[in-house]
Write a protein that binds this ligand. Structure first.
Ligand SMILES: C[S@@+](CC[C@H](N)C(=O)[O-])C[C@H]1O[C@@H](n2cnc3c(N)ncnc32)[C@H](O)[C@@H]1O
Length: 281
């Protein structure tokens, strides 16, 4: 507990990331990894292998953009560092351990940035303005980096389903009566992220996506209790790459991590190169 409190205090991050609980989440993710690293090993290896495979057909390149880089657990960073002249690692929270490690590679930049381009205005908004914020953010397709013509490879790494969560918790805490609106809003936000990726693909970048397709809660005997499909979130992915998507299970909260003997798995969906037929509308 004390260790996690100290880690929060020592993690540099914008106030928005603190207000919306992203710093706490980042520390909790690394703490869980330390507890369950054996259970996560296969998922992390699969993720790294998939990202390497997505690079296999590309020549050595100029710039890579990695979204949701965080603790770099599922990212083959050494290979990526060798393959590109410039690597942009984007997250709202870069753990201090990662910032220190990156000093070895001057061509790697940790960029602290909200990938939805919406959260700052929420963190500063009075709760009376939340309806208007929901409407505005549901329509906003992010822009940053799209016009950087040097970007040749873009990876969105186990991020998609996480994007709406901090705002949903913040709004539900202060305005519980808005909860029924949040599911539709979350879907729009996730689609906006995919439209953002589509804009890179339309400019000729090779795009790799790792995302959850299903959340599965298991009872103490390991039987499925709650299934939450996330197929609707992935609907804009209609390109030829979808047919060759890989899938595997990530025991994200193995037994012992949740109360009452419950556990949780995510089914990961991974595809690259030709995710979108055309820029989805
Ligand atoms: C499940 S973790 C991904 C893990 C990471 N790829 C790794 O190597 O372990 C999701 C990451 O997305 C980041 N994230 C969530 N929402 C974000 C946002 N709006 N902008 C930037 N980063 C965000 C979190 O800080 C976290 O590092």
């Amino acid at each position: 507990m004390l260790r996690e409190w100290l880690a929060c205090a020592l993690t540099p991050a914008p106030q928005t990331a603190r207000t919306l609980g992203l710093v706490r989440e980042s520390i909790a993710l690394e703490a869980r990894y330390r507890r369950v690293r054996r259970a996560w090993a296969e998922h992390l290896a699969q993720s790294r292998r998939f990202l390497l495979d997505s690079l296999a057909t590309l020549p050595r390149g100029d710039t890579a953009l990695v979204m949701g880089s965080g603790p770099l657990l599922d990212i083959p960073i050494e290979d990526i560092a060798r393959r590109f002249d410039r690597v942009l690692l984007v997250d709202l929270v870069h753990p201090p351990r990662i910032r220190r490690a990156l000093k070895r590679w001057p061509h790697l930049q940790a960029i602290t940035h909200d990938i939805t381009e919406s959260l700052d205005s929420l963190a500063h908004a009075p709760s009376a303005a939340f309806e208007e914020w929901l409407t505005r953010s549901a329509r906003h397709v992010p822009q940053r980096f799209v016009n950087d013509g040097r970007i040749q490879w873009v990876a969105s790494v186990n991020l998609l389903s996480q994007l709406p969560l901090p705002a949903m918790a913040h709004i539900a805490r202060q305005r519980p009566e808005l909860s029924p609106r949040l599911e539709d809003w979350a879907l729009s936000l996730m689609h906006n992220h995919l439209h953002y990726l589509a804009a890179f693909e339309a400019r000729g970048a090779h795009v790799a996506l790792l995302a959850d397709r299903l959340r599965l809660t298991l009872d103490r005997e390991g039987h499925p209790l709650i299934e939450e499909p996330l197929d609707a979130a992935l609907a804009p992915v209609t390109g030829p790459a979808r047919a060759s998507a890989r899938e595997w299970d990530w025991p994200v909260a193995p037994k012992g991590e949740l109360p009452e003997g419950l556990s949780q798995h995510h089914r990961v969906f991974a595809c690259h190169g030709g995710l979108f037929h055309a820029c989805p509308d």
